[in-house]
Write a protein that binds this ligand. Structure first.
Ligand code: MF3
Ligand code: CO
Length: 248
């Protein structure tokens, strides 16, 4: 069942989303060669707490950290670590804040120093996929219109979309219906209605879409070792069109 949100509830969620956006803005200047993902994680945790919110991932299903930090071929759910980032890395930082019982969820991909043209292009197309998906997130459209816009843009550039990790409805819980892959056909899938709130979070691989999860039970990596990039926003479907609740 999809839990629809009232305009007032969407306003509440926008406050949680604003906390996530603030955390991203706070770490962006620190992402450079030599910093560790654990240091970035700690900056997020401090900043979020200062803003009166709680890092929802900490303790969620046994996850231990305030962020997920996923470097290069790690697609998602990487653990922050003391290992310094190096010039040319790309790192996805995924942040979920809880404020007054409502959640906001956004992941962003950051370049560490100077990166290769291949990495830059993958990041750019991943961001364009997110934006193309958001543009289709309007009442009356179907979910397939969103996912098709994403899939056709990614594959048109020779990239693949991860299928084993899903986007999700979000509200008072992190994972609500709909749960969906970022691939699909126009005109197919559920019809989008005012009051729906879900994440759009395409994960693009430079190589194949296949992935595996490491023995730690979390870290998702590309099977072929290729680079992966992701951008994620929490998006509300409203009469006025899509509203990005985690806009930076
Ligand atoms: N954005 C991630 C997701 O939607 C956040 C969850 S990570 C977890 O699944 F570690 F908390 F599970
Ligand atoms: Co998410």
């Amino acid at each position: 069942m999809i839990i629809l949100k009232t305009p007032h509830e969407i306003e509440q969620m926008k406050k949680a989303g604003a906390v996530v956006a603030e955390c991203h803005k706070a770490i962006a200047p620190y992402v450079r060669p030599g910093v560790s993902t654990l240091e970035l994680n700690n900056i997020v945790e401090k900043h979020m707490t200062k803003l009166g919110a709680r890092p929802y991932t900490k303790g969620y299903n046994g996850y231990a950290f305030a962020t997920c930090t996923s470097v290069n071929d790690v697609i998602a759910h990487g653990f922050p670590s003391a290992k310094p980032l190096k010039e040319g890395d790309i790192v996805k930082i995924d942040i979920v804040a809880e404020l007054d019982g409502w959640l906001g969820d956004s992941a962003w991909c950051y370049a560490v120093g100077r990166i290769s043209e291949e990495a830059r292009s993958l990041m750019q197309v991943a961001k364009e996929c997110l934006d193309a998906g958001i543009r289709q997130a309007v009442p009356g459209n179907r979910l397939g219109d969103v996912t098709h816009a994403i899939q056709s843009h990614a594959e048109g550039h020779g990239y693949s979309l991860v299928r084993d990790l899903l986007a999700h409805g979000i509200g008072r819980s992190l994972h609500e219906e709909p749960n969906y892959m970022h691939v699909g056909q126009p005109g197919k899938g559920i019809r989008l209605k005012e009051g729906m709130v879900f994440t759009i979070e395409p994960m693009l691989n430079a190589g194949s879409h296949h992935m595996y999860i490491e023995a730690d039970g979390w870290t998702a990596r590309t099977a072929d070792g290729s680079l992966s990039a992701q951008y994620e926003h929490t998006v509300a479907i409203t009469a006025d069109g899509p509203v990005v609740l985690t806009e930076q």
